[in-house]
Write a protein that binds this ligand. Structure first.
Ligand SMILES: [Fe+2]
Ligand SMILES: [Fe+2]
Length: 330
């Protein structure tokens, strides 16, 4: 592989030496960042650090590169000219090219609004909202059906939260937050083996425990993200708290019979109660490897019967009253 061959790849590529001095970048990289050639070459390494991450985060990337020769993850970078933020799926690896040791980095912008099924979550167009969507998308990368479930649950959560806000159950400003937080509710499933998640028929006790762990693992994942985003955490604290609660508590039941903690009633954070309802509505209406889809009337019936048991009765009341107006995927 030669430098020219790498630069001809159909994605934005930047090549630096191991001191992170810029050697080459391709047309696509330049277009993505609006980079002026001379400026980039003159400023070398400093220009590679464009985004919101702190020096210590870059140190971690470098440490990972030295140890395993590769780092991959989502970063929030800025356009050179108009300074807008972009969520970038960033992969960098160490390579020998033409006898030289270099770092090759691939910058894949994540344009989530063009992803099928995401149009219903239009209010998520903030840096932090896009960040959560990106994380959710990466977690569901290999599972388009689960990904669509996540977007539908987000749309349903917003619908429930909006109704709840009109009757004063939820603060108006929390509607957007709940919508954004709901997209990561199942993020912990990334850590559950696919053979278990997609197994048709029943699960063993051990397997069921594995699946249930997606709540606790999801909460921990959000904690890790949050702690790595220290530099912006004051602005986005609420969103991350809601995101964590959505992952951790969306399988709790109103009567205390859910998991992982067996919280009951208003001990369950409001976002957990909203997402729980949205999650079950969508799960029952959809086909899964282990079950057929239920007709809407049967789902409505189930939701009514579960009021005060599995679900917050006030939210059930709102949902049933407006059942025919629920958001459905186009
Ligand atoms: Fe779940
Ligand atoms: Fe779910």
């Amino acid at each position: 592989m030669t430098f020219n061959e790498i630069l001809a790849w159909p994605i934005p590529v930047l090549i630096t030496d191991t001191q992170r001095n810029v050697w080459f970048f391709n047309e696509r990289w330049q277009t993505l960042y609006g980079a002026n050639r001379e400026k980039v070459y003159a400023q070398s390494a400093a220009m590679v650090r464009l985004g919101l991450a702190k020096q210590s985060d870059y140190d971690k990337i470098i440490a990972s590169l030295m140890q395993s020769g590769v780092w991959s993850g989502a970063v929030v970078n800025r356009h050179f000219e108009d300074k807008h933020y972009m969520v970038i799926l960033y992969t960098v690896f160490k390579w020998e090219v033409e006898g030289q040791s270099v770092y090759v980095s691939l910058h894949q912008p994540i344009d989530l609004m063009s992803v099928e099924g995401t149009t219903a979550i239009g209010s998520l167009n903030t840096v932090e909202g896009i960040f959560l969507k990106t994380i959710a998308k990466i977690a569901e990368w290999n599972d388009p059906e689960q990904e669509r479930h996540v977007w539908r649950v987000s749309a349903l959560s917003r619908w429930i939260a909006e109704m709840a806000s009109t009757v004063g159950l939820i603060a108006d400003e929390d509607v957007d937050v709940i919508e954004a937080a709901s997209v990561v509710h199942d993020i912990g499933k990334a850590a559950v083996p696919k053979e278990i998640l997609f197994k048709p028929g029943g699960l063993s006790e051990g397997e069921r425990t594995h699946v249930k762990d997606h709540t606790v693992i999801g909460g921990e994942m959000i904690d890790v993200l949050y702690s790595q985003m220290n530099s912006i955490h004051n602005l986005y604290r609420k969103l991350f708290e809601f995101a964590k609660d959505s992952a951790l508590t969306h399988h709790e039941w109103w009567n205390g019979h859910g998991y992982p903690k067996g919280l009951a009633g208003e001990e369950i954070p409001v976002v957990g109660r909203v997402v729980a309802l949205a999650d079950v509505i969508d799960a029952l209406l959809s086909k899964r490897p282990y079950k057929a889809s239920w007709p809407p009337d049967k789902v409505k019936e189930y939701i009514m019967q579960s009021s005060g048991k599995q679900f917050d009765p006030l939210f059930v009341h709102l949902v049933i009253a407006e059942w025919d107006a629920r958001p459905v995927e186009e």
